[in-house]
Design a binder for this molecule. Structure first.
Ligand code: FES
Ligand SMILES: [Fe+2]
Length: 411
């Protein structure tokens, strides 16, 4: 049975407003569908372009079984390639990040330029045409400094997302940053559980004391339904931002993308344990530390917080039905000085602790729903509205992918 047939069966067994049937989280067919229909079809967040500041800087990421290589070429362009040699298919770059003048396959030493051209293939016959064996490119788009890759032949439109997000991110100038800290975590949970956990703060009260120093949770969809104390903080922040022309209202692109600027708790300026700035050097040309944070989500694999003093990017990639990589990067102003403007240990404390707490929640969730006793359960339409939204997006994206794969197979 192909993944298209199985996924249609699974989709028809799904109950709207409920968590998914078990096989969506645990089964191999659903995992194949998630790769083919979602991760090899949609725009996937890879990194901030500032993680590759110089020509020759590279970064690799695994999307399912596919390793992707991002490299800044001699003309300063960020390019994306399948990290698979055109000789016999070895991985070329084995490290997660690095700098190199050329891309040399470790197996038989074929050498590629930073633009993917095959430059050297030792001992191949005289009539061998290297021009046919350049690295296979993947689509790359940079949205306000954020690098997205797409493995599909024809990528979906990203322009609506770019137009929507630009007014929110522009003041933070994500492209004028540098890496302050990185964490990579493997979670023993399906990738959708990691995202579902991120799309609600129903669990925050009992789980995230460090995050709740700063974070004010507002109802998804209608922030004005918050309680009075929160609304007072919100109104004051919005009045201040409104006067200065700073974007804050909730903006969406279908169910796939959402961003909003929200204030922190009273007196708090950043996501640190004491609520004070994590970097004295504010981002871009900002002079006001009270910017709250832009919270951005773009299905399927990324969410971000853009603060006055730093940015936190979260990237989720599936490795197996029960294995997911979560990579977090903390970015500060490109001119911020470590030890003077910021201390990376202090900067990352809140989200390091929160990530570990979230990993435990997602792993317990995966373990519990793998049981014979699991039955899909109801999401709260209010506090879990973000999860409902994500699951509906997911089901529709898979349905579309299954239909087009089926009609292609019938041709
Ligand atoms: S597989 Fe890369 S050089 Fe042989
Ligand atoms: Fe959480």
């Amino acid at each position: 049975m192909t993944w298209t047939t199985r996924i249609r069966e699974l989709l028809s067994a799904r109950r709207t407003g409920f968590s998914l049937p078990q096989d969506f989280y645990c089964g191999q067919s659903a995992f194949e569908a998630d790769l083919a229909g979602i991760f090899e079809a949609q725009w996937i967040f890879a990194a901030n372009a500032a993680e590759l500041p110089e020509p020759g800087d590279f970064l690799t990421l695994d999307i399912g079984r596919t390793s992707v290589l991002l490299v800044r070429d001699a003309d300063n362009l960020v390019r994306g390639f399948f990290n698979t040699c055109r000789h016999r298919g070895s991985r070329i770059c084995l490290a997660e990040t690095g700098t190199t003048a050329r891309l040399t396959c470790p197996y038989h030493r074929w050498v590629y330029g930073l633009d993917g051209t095959l430059e050297r293939a030792p001992d191949m016959p005289g009539d061998f045409d290297g021009a046919e064996f350049g690295l296979r490119p993947v689509h790359v788009e940079i949205v306000c400094g954020l690098v997205y890759v797409c493995l599909a032949d024809e990528p979906p439109d990203i322009e609506a997302v770019r137009a929507t997000v630009t007014p929110y991110l522009a003041p933070h100038q994500p492209e004028r940053t540098k890496v302050a800290a990185v964490s990579t975590m493997i979670e023993n949970a399906n990738w959708k559980l990691v995202i579902e956990n991120n799309r609600e703060c129903y669990h925050c009260e009992g789980s995230h004391p460090e995050l709740l120093v700063s974070l004010l949770d507002f109802p998804v969809g209608d922030v004005k339904k918050a309680d009075e104390a929160k609304l007072r903080i919100l109104d004051a922040a919005q009045a201040r931002w409104g006067q200065r022309g700073i974007a804050y209202t909730t903006a969406e692109v279908g169910r796939a993308f959402r961003c909003v600027r929200l204030p922190f708790k009273g007196g708090v300026r950043s996501m640190t344990l004491d609520g004070e700035l994590g970097s004295k050097k504010l981002l871009g040309d900002l002079t006001d530390p009270d910017m709250g944070s832009v919270r951005m989500f773009f299905a399927p694999n990324n969410w971000h917080h853009f603060l006055s003093d730093h940015i936190i990017h979260f990237r989720v990639t599936p490795l197996a039905p029960d294995k997911t990589m979560v990579r977090t990067t903390w970015m500060v102003h490109e001119d911020a000085i470590e030890g003077w403007d910021y201390d990376p240990v202090r900067l990352r404390e809140v989200w390091d602790k929160t990530n570990i707490q979230d990993r435990m929640l997602a792993e317990n969730n995966h373990s519990g729903l793998s049981s014979k006793g699991y039955r899909p359960g109801p999401y709260s339409p209010t506090v879990e509205a973000g999860v409902v939204n994500f699951i509906e997006w997911y089901a529709q994206a898979l349905e579309r992918a299954a239909s087009s794969a089926a009609s292609e197979a019938a041709r």
